[in-house]
Design a protein around this ligand. Structure first.
Ligand SMILES: Nc1ccn([C@@H]2O[C@H](COP(=O)(O)OP(=O)(O)OP(=O)(O)O)[C@@H](O)[C@H]2O)c(=O)n1
Ligand SMILES: [Ca+2]
Length: 490
């Protein structure tokens, strides 16, 4: 059975699961198969295609924007300092290699034992000492990336001093560490003594990279003439055998060439002052002070305000005079041992320590000490290594804002006045900057950027396509009006 409907609306009837659809101007349709007029069919097909296109576009947009599996790269730097060696593993997303602020430290491994220069009498041990941390790096870096992961070793002031003292001994130490690094599955890129200038430069790059100071706000890309002058931070690194100061001074002219660095990073020029004071790291400066004080004792007994009350130590004079920081003088001493006794007095310690800084001459417009050029200080400084260890020890690193100098001074003062028996015994440094430089991850020019992110681009494409399809459909409906519409039937 079927029904014929004579209304202007499409007719629809159901009975016993059968379904009939008929239009007035069409021949009557009988049976179970629906029949539609041609323009209506065209409309349905168009609608179907339109929906299909929309679904395809949305699906494309969604799948395009699905986060890709992370393509991570790794780099390893060993910081062979005078007091100890640290191994750092860094990672960064491969596709953002030249962006700033994308490299993260994922592991630090402290090498047990001495700094490599301390193995000058038993050089094999210098290499062996690194094995444990190299194993650790193999666990951190996925195995399939071992071969492509670069590993660098940079030795600092301890090895600089050993090279000055005995070049071939220093070379033997370097060969020993090289042997260990070459035998690892990583891509060994070299073990060398870096200069004090490099150490200062890489420390400055690290600090400013971590602080995001090389980033320019995105909108400034469109206004290159406004791109500029966001400040940089200076870097202070108090090591065991040398200390570095690096900053961008106000004055253009850096009076001494050896203290002058020029960088072009992300499209901007930087004139930077740096100096590495060899022998003025925490350990060597103390030896220097003891050696200076010894000159004025008769029997090798020292009452030292820089050690806690109750501290006692006996050391061989020959151990004190073991490197070029404390040249000569040993021969003139009529005793072979130093008897050190602390009496914990901050103010007197300050006075005695001044003796190792010679400020009596300066061949430049201004100097630090020992006739070394130092322009007027400029801006804020990030201080790391022993500056950090000491502040951390005094619980002064937990506060958000910088600790005022007088508070730090009084914390040191009160600590120094404590008797010896009462006392129990993150990383910024030059290594990140070194790796950024050696892996060419800081380009001189800002990498070209696209005006839209990938997600915005796809979204915009989908939107424009939908608008285009809608316009086409409307035009088609307007200019090729289907018969049913012309007759006002639908
Ligand atoms: N957690 C730590 C690590 C180190 N130190 C001391 O801080 C000084 C500087 O340490 P570091 O910056 O590691 O010096 P090195 O890199 O070994 O020395 P350099 O850079 O001069 O080669 C050394 O006296 C070291 O004994 C410390 O007090 N606490
Ligand atoms: Ca160091």
């Amino acid at each position: 059975m079927h029904l014929s409907l004579s209304s202007s609306e499409p007719a629809e009837a159901e009975k016993g699961g059968e379904r009939t659809l008929a239009l007035m101007d069409e021949p009557k349709v009988t049976g179970t198969k629906p029949r539609t007029s041609w323009p209506r069919k065209a409309l349905l097909i168009l609608g179907f295609l339109f929906a299909l296109a929309a679904i395809a576009l949305v699906a494309m947009a969604v799948s395009q924007n699905k986060p890709l599996p992370k393509n991570i790269k790794y780099g390893i730097v060993l910081d062979a300092g005078s007091s100890h060696t640290n191994l750092y593993v860094y990672e960064w997303p491969a596709e953002k290699e030249n962006d700033t602020g994308v490299v993260h430290q994922v592991e630090v491994c402290k090498v047990e034992g001495l700094g490599i220069s301390g193995y000058s009498q038993d050089t094999e041990k210098a290499g062996l000492s690194l094995q444990h941390c190299m194993k650790r790096a193999q666990e951190v870096v996925p195995e399939q990336q071992h071969r492509e992961t670069p590993v660098y070793l940079g030795a600092t002031a301890g090895m600089r001093l050993l090279s000055l003292q005995n070049r071939s001994m220093a070379d033997r130490v370097l060969s020993a560490v090289e042997k260990t690094l070459r035998s690892s599955p990583f891509n060994f890129q070299g073990a060398r003594v870096i200069s004090g200038q490099e150490e200062g430069a890489y420390g400055w790059i690290t600090i400013n990279y971590l602080l995001g100071n090389f980033k320019q706000p995105g909108w400034l890309n469109f206004l290159p003439h406004l791109r500029s002058s966001r400040g940089t931070s200076g870097a202070l690194d108090l090591g065991g055998a040398s200390t570095q100061i690096t900053f961008a001074p106000d004055q253009e002219l850096i009076e001494s060439q050896e203290n002058s660095l020029h960088f072009r990073l992300y499209g901007k020029n930087y004139n930077v002052y740096t100096h590495s004071f060899l022998c003025y790291g925490k350990d060597q400066a103390l030896r220097l002070k003891l050696a200076t004080d010894l000159q004025s004792t008769q029997n090798g007994s020292l009452l030292d305000p820089c050690f806690h009350l109750g501290y006692l130590r006996i050391m061989n004079i020959s151990d004190l005079y073991t490197n070029p920081c404390i040249a000569n003088g040993e021969q003139q001493l009529p005793f072979t041992q130093l008897h050190l006794q602390g009496n914990g007095d901050y103010q007197r310690c300050r006075m005695t320590i001044q003796k190792i800084f010679n400020t009596s001459y300066c061949p430049y417009s201004s100097c630090a000490f020992n006739g070394i050029f130092l322009p007027p200080l400029q801006g804020e400084f990030g201080a790391f290594s022993a500056f950090y260890f000491v502040m951390n020890f005094l619980n002064l690193t937990t506060e958000k804002s910088p600790v005022p100098l007088d508070k730090a001074t009084s914390a040191v003062e009160s600590f120094c006045s404590r008797p010896w028996h009462e006392i129990g015994s993150s990383d910024a440094g030059w290594t990140l900057g070194y790796m950024l430089n050696l892996t060419n991850m800081i380009p001189a020019e800002k990498p070209p950027t696209r005006p839209l992110s990938h997600a915005s681009y796809v979204g915009l494409m989908v939107f424009c396509s939908l608008v285009l399809v809608a316009v086409l459909l409307l035009s088609w409906l307007t200019f090729h009006k289907p018969k049913c519409l012309q007759k006002g039937l639908i």
